[in-house]
Design a protein around this ligand. Structure first.
Ligand code: AHR
Length: 317
């Protein structure tokens, strides 16, 4: 009887040791997210959180509400908590060197996801996992150039000023526009990647151009700004998707609904389910791999009314 008791106690002890070891070895990752400004961003945050749970990662998630100073605070807090790795989706490209140096001094590897940073020393981060924003702008520009048959004035809704997504998309789109002398962007302003921002900017464009007189299309750096702009155009009695062509980026469910309703024309899809891609890279790094390319490119895709119903169905309807 006594020996049974000892054996049982031994087993229990062993079990708690195993549990302790498991929790001690769970990978702890700090993730500084841009904010929750768009449907794409919300879907991306959810994917990162769900995937962390599925992979047994202890994720410390911080939403910066589109403020770089909040991101810097979050990263410093991750450093003081001695996380195993830090993932940053940077709001803007500048202002990162100092905090990246602090992470390096603490021996904590940093990974960029989605947006880019401008730094003279690229060794301050391991790699960036992201779509090619310049290509997204080129895809949008190429679609619009053919839809306009090479001719027409357009207005542009820019994303957050200073963000890689806005800068690179604009550069890509402009490189295509430059090939068509009769296509001209006559108005451009930031709507900060939000539905409300897109609506307000479009209202001001409508006022300034006497109801978009002579304007043939709108190019928006994301779907949410376009959804706000569609609202503004409809309230002004205009017909987006018909008289005013539209092209945007993200491929969120509501833009496909707008296409099916005849209010929108095209969107370049930015994948939001990239949690497995980024965690895969982090895990490989923590397991000893070092030869990563500086940029792991996620492919982009253009969708129109032709496949809107099919894509919407894939996204859950
Ligand atoms: O950085 C990616 C962009 O950020 C998305 O296109 C936009 O919706 C988000 O706010």
């Amino acid at each position: 009887m006594k020996s049974m008791k000892y054996a049982l106690a031994g087993l229990l002890g062993l079990a708690s040791c195993v549990a302790l070891a498991a929790s001690a070895s769970a990978t702890t990752i700090g993730f500084s997210q841009v904010g929750h400004e768009s449907d794409w961003r919300t879907a991306f945050s959810k994917n990162m959180q769900d995937e962390a749970k599925a992979e047994g990662i202890d994720l410390k998630f911080s939403d910066a509400n589109q403020k770089e100073e909040d991101q810097l605070k979050a990263v410093r807090s991750f450093i003081s908590q001695k996380v195993d790795a830090i993932i940053i989706a940077p709001v803007v490209v500048t202002g990162w060197d100092q905090v990246l140096k602090e992470a390096k001094a603490a021996n904590i590897p940093v990974f960029l996801v989605d947006r880019d940073v401008e730094t003279a020393d690229k060794s301050l981060y391991v790699t960036r996992v992201s779509a090619d924003f310049n290509l997204e702008g080129r895809l949008a520009g190429a679609w619009l150039a053919q839809a306009l048959k090479g001719k027409g004035d357009i207005v542009e809704l820019q994303g957050t000023v200073g963000s890689a997504a806005a800068q690179y998309r604009m550069a890509g789109f402009n490189s295509i526009e430059a090939l068509f002398p009769l296509i001209k962007t006559v108005k451009t302003q930031s709507g900060d990647f939000t539905t409300q921002g897109g609506k307000e900017v479009m209202e001001s464009f409508i006022k300034a151009t006497d109801g978009l007189k002579g304007i043939k299309a709108v190019w928006a750096h994301n779907d949410n700004m376009l959804l706000g702009a569609i609202q503004a155009m409809k309230e002004a009695g205009l017909k987006p998707g018909k008289d005013i062509l539209t092209v945007s980026v993200d491929g969120v469910p509501d833009i496909f609904r707008a296409m099916l309703a005849g209010d929108a024309n095209a969107s370049v899809e930015l994948r939001s389910d990239i949690g497995p891609d980024i965690y895969g890279v982090v895990k490989e790094y923590l397991a000893g791999k070092r030869d990563f390319p500086k940029w792991v490119v996620i492919p982009s895709d253009l969708h129109t009314i032709q496949d809107a119903a099919e894509v919407l169905k894939k996204k859950g309807g």
